[in-house]
Structures are given as C-alpha cells and as structure tokens.
Ligand binder design. Structure first.
Ligand SMILES: Cc1ncc(COP(=O)(O)O)c(C=O)c1O
Length: 395
C-alpha cells in the first residue's frame, strides 16, 4: 500500500457528514428524524433562477467558461460588492468558485506557507482548521466564552498576533455561534491586520442573516484594510442554493490572480449552468431574501426561548446566521434518556438515538460542552423537536 502524503495524514473527516449519514440510516429504517444538524436553508431558491437554468440547459449550454467564472456573472458580483458591501472592486478582481468553500481553500493555499500560523476564533466553522493544515499551516485557536457572547476579546487577539502569524480567518455572522461584530470592532481588527501586516480572510456567507444590525464588510472600512483582505461569499445560504456550488471572492489583484491559477489547474470553472442561474439569482433575490430572513428571525426567537425553557439548557440569542449554540454542560455526567453522557458527542448521539433529533456536538467547532442546532426547519417541526428532547430530559 503506498504511504499517504504527510500533509494529509492529520486531516479529520467531517463530523457533520458522519452525523448526516447516521440520520439518513435511521430515516431509511422509517424513523422520522428531525434534522437540526444541516446547514442549508429549507427555502425555495428564486424561481426565476431555476427557470434561467432550465433555459440554459435547453439552449445546449455545454461549454467551459473562463476558469475564473463567467465574465457577466463576475460583473454582477462586482456590482453587488460595490453597491451593497461598499467594497471597491471590479470584475477583474472577482473570482467565481465551486462554492464559498473552494474560495476559502484557494485563498489559504495562496497565502499560507508551511508552519505559518493562522488565527481562528473558537467556536469556528469545521473546515478552516483542516484547510490550514492542508496548506502546511498551523491553526492558532483563540477561545472565546459564552459569558462574552462568544466574541473575541480584541486585546487578546492583538497580543496573539506574533511574528509567526500570517493571517486570520474571520467569520461573521458566525457558524456556529451566530456572533457578529460592530463596525468599530471590525475597524480595530482591520487596523491590527494592517499594523502587523497579516491577511484577513473574511467569510461573510451569512451576511443576509443579520437580525440585529446591517452587516458591515471589513474590507469596506478603509483602502488599507481592503489591501489585506480577501472577502468570501456565495449563493449557498443567502440565496438558498447550496447544492449548485457557486461561491465567489474578491481581494487584492495578485491574490485573486493566484487563486485563479490554482483554480485553472484544479476545478477549472464552476458549473456553467449554475453560473448562468446565479446571474438571475443575484438580480431577483431581494424579494426572496427579505421573506426568508423574516421567517428565520421568527424561528430564532422561538428556538432560543424554547431551549431556555428546557431544564438544564442555556442558550444565548445569536445575532445572525441560522444556528443556536446552547450550553448542555448540565447533562455531562447526568442522566439523559437512560444514559449518562460524558461529552457533547455522547449527548448528541443520545438526542439522535432517543429523541430522533440530529444536532452537531460543539467539539467539531473547537468548543466542549455545547451543541449546534440549525433552525432550517419550520416552527411546527422545531416545536416537535423541542418536545421530543424535553421528553427524554430529567424532570
Ligand atoms: C461559515 C461557512 N463558510 C463557508 C461555507 C461553505 O459554503 P459553500 O456551501 O458555498 O461552499 C459554510 C457552509 O456551511 C459555512 O458555514
């Protein structure tokens, strides 16, 4: 058996996919599992975008596009970034990628040398650590606490930026905590990056799911900050089209062109039909997005109150995204569903096996004693999930 490359030996499989597989297996046995593990909106994509894709198929659109994406889509994305996000950019500095995930992967490949440290704020999205490791880099994790609303302390952040640190991955609103940052906080982070000459990868994929205040893009705050920042976004969450795999990034010209080189030798262009559909999605999205966000805000308010009413649960109200991150430490070492979990992984397995509700343990996001639940299900289904969990808890 040929030996695996050293570079990939420490890459962990995705815990979320393992949970999804278990939920699927139970569903196959006819069990009604309520999935609060998934990170995809249960929302119809813009109708007009679906029609645009059908027309593109009928017209026999089978060709490659430019590796960096359809020029017309790049124009529309550049316009959106300029008008909505106040990021000064042009189509030349935009790359269309196979999901936001691949934009993140390419940006990290373009910037991280072996042994470079990259700062992540815990709890963080699962794939950042593995992407950094795949580039030979070292994730430098800064823990936050529930008492601070899972927000990073900016003095702690500043002192963590040592000479070995090459950059920071920011994600706001955050998956899993929903935390976001104010303009002043972002300005301070941006100024730190400029002063210490580190890159910022700003993953803003949940930008529209901002319930308390308008989303601010860090790259909009000054020209100098923009010169250090790669802004990543996509169509999976805000436009509810995760499976069609279209994301994008903008940033300094040499970084975007390096990402383009990586793309041209790996995936080439993202799916042509999907790119054509996204041109319509971007034009028609407003009316869909507003309705979706109103519904998600209602769900957030419902689930936070319902979880806080459960014995032993404690849940902060997130500012954004579509997840809650409740504290379940009370149950670690206490009986639940006839078993005694010792960590959030065991607790999540009990919820799956006994309540038929799937959730993701906080361990996957670098934090023990918490679980992540998405609210990509209707309020009646969320009510049912809460009732099922309540039924197996200690009274
Ligand atoms: C924070 C964050 N970034 C990026 C992604 C990846 O998005 P995409 O599906 O567009 O690749 C996700 C998906 O769950 C996410 O939660």
């Amino acid at each position: 058996m040929p030996e695996l490359a050293h570079r990939v030996r420490s890459i962990s499989p995705s815990e979320t996919l393992a949970i999804a597989a278990k939920a699927k297996a139970l569903k196959k046995q006819g069990i009604d599992v309520i999935s609060l593990a998934a990170g995809e909106p249960d929302w119809d994509m813009p109708y007009e975008a679906r029609e645009a894709a059908i027309t593109a198929v009928r017209e026999g659109n089978t060709k490659y596009t430019a590796a960096s994406g359809l020029p017309e889509l790049k124009e529309l994305v550049a316009e959106k970034l300029t008008n909505e996000n106040k990021i000064e950019t042009t189509a030349q500095n935009v790359i269309i990628t196979t999901g936001a995930k691949y934009a993140l992967y390419e940006a990290i490949q373009a910037l991280v040398n072996p042994d470079d440290e990259v700062i992540l704020i815990a709890p963080y999205w699962v794939s950042y650590t593995e992407m950094i490791k795949m580039a030979g880099g070292v994730p430098k994790i800064i823990q936050t606490s529930e008492d601070d609303g899972f927000k990073v302390d900016l003095d702690t952040l500043e002192s963590a930026i040592t000479a070995r640190v090459k950059g920071i991955v920011l994600n706001y609103p955050s998956n899993p905590s929903g935390v976001s940052y104010s303009e002043e906080e972002l300005r301070r982070i941006g100024e730190m990056a400029v002063k210490k000459d580190i890159f910022i990868i700003s993953d803003e994929i949940y930008e529209y799911f901002s319930y308390e205040r308008p989303h601010v893009s860090i790259a909009s705050l000054s020209k100098k900050i923009a010169e250090q920042t790669i802004t990543v976004n996509g169509f999976s969450k805000s436009y509810a089209i995760p499976g069609w795999r279209v994301g994008y990034a903008t940033g300094p010209a040499d970084i975007i062109s390096t990402m383009n080189n990586i793309q041209s030798h790996s995936t080439s262009n993202p799916n042509t039909i999907a790119q054509i559909a996204m041109m319509t999605a971007i034009k028609e999205s407003k009316k869909y997005v507003d309705k979706m966000i109103a519904e998600f805000r209602e769900r957030r308010d419902f689930i936070v109150d319902a979880l806080n009413a459960l014995h032993g649960f404690r849940c902060q109200k997130p500012e954004g995204a579509f997840y809650v991150f409740p504290n379940v430490q009370y149950y670690l070492g206490n009986e639940v569903g006839g078993e005694v979990p010792t960590d959030a992984v065991a607790f999540s397995n009990i919820l799956m096996d006994k309540a038929h509700v799937s959730v993701v343990p906080g361990n996957s996001f670098g934090m023990q004693g918490y679980i992540r639940m998405s609210y990509c299900e209707s309020i009646p289904r969320l009510k049912e999930a809460i009732a099922r969990i309540d039924a197996i808890l200690e009274k």
